[in-house]
Design a protein around this ligand. Sequence first.
Ligand code: ZN
Length: 391
Amino acid sequence: MSTTLITGIGELVTNDPARAEGGGLLGLVHDAAVVVEGSRVAWIGRAVDAPAADVQVDAGGRAVVPGFVDSHSHLVFAGDRSAEFEARMTGEPYTAGGIRTTVAATRAATDEQLTSHVARLVAEMRAQGTTSVEIKSGYGLSVHDEARSLAVARQFTDDTTFLGAHVVPAGTTPEDYVDLVTGPMLAAAAPHARWIDVFCEDGAFDVDQARTILATGSDSGLRGRLHANQLTYGGGVRLACELGLVAVDHCTFLSDDDVSALASSGTIATLLPGVEFSTRQPYPDARRLLDAGVRIALASDCNPGSCFTSSMALCIALAVREMRMSPAEALHAATAMGAAALDRDDVGVLAPGKVADLVLLDAPSHVHLAYRPGVPLVAGVWQSGRPVVAR
Ligand SMILES: [Zn+2]
């Protein structure tokens, strides 16, 4: 198997707990090198100690970080909602009903159109350093369109999520629609999905409906996740904690009981600050959660309605500037914790045996991700050991 030595790394972020002593939360190694063998990391250490390899790349003193793990996205869709965004920015409030606009466009698109659109977005993410992504359905809302959305998503990731319970489509009652989601739609979707998700919110699905949908999904072998407490206070976060879900996403409006439940359950709170940025809503209070011992991941929530960014670097910058996370906490949340939110231990960390997903930054330190918002700092990406981006 061919080996590559990436040397001259001024600052290497490993996220390896074994390197926490001296390296802090990010397991930093300075003047470092990494050897990649095939798709995996084979060796990490000081550059002066590095073994020889077939190919050598000099990072020139720049920083290398693990590839971003974006644990929450909605990439399977068609159409454009820039007009809705423009309206919102000129004073109209966001409501969940906007999803129906995308549903009509997605149903009208061919499989080929959906696939090429997802491919374009995944490439856009990769160019910005995202090497692992979760992709949800949720713009089909019929048996046929949910199943084909997931089949499209499966071409790009194993972390596919059935989100038939995104919103109740026009022309049906909530009761009938929950029956459909938990019956024929689940049966058609389950072969293409690893996860099941529910938008638990006023205007979407309530806690009882979410509980029913997650339970039937679990019976079909799908693991649960939840959109909760995005727009209002409610019982979604506590349901996720009660059920022991690996992650609950949004967590913008939290009571003290919600925070306690998150801290004691270990359920990861995935914060999606691009949504608050794009909807002009208050940001979740990351500092309150971290101080309470809650584990936090950051993800893009890339979707055509409430947040059409694919940039994890933007999410990091927002988390630092607006949510009072430290640059190290934010990067850790966008990599190692994103992986944890997908219950994966092979990505998000750079250590021997882990998947060789690495990002070379055109910067001396990971701090530049937040320090230089909006600047394209990704100079190179290796995905499963292969160079996929170089500039
Ligand atoms: Zn979402």
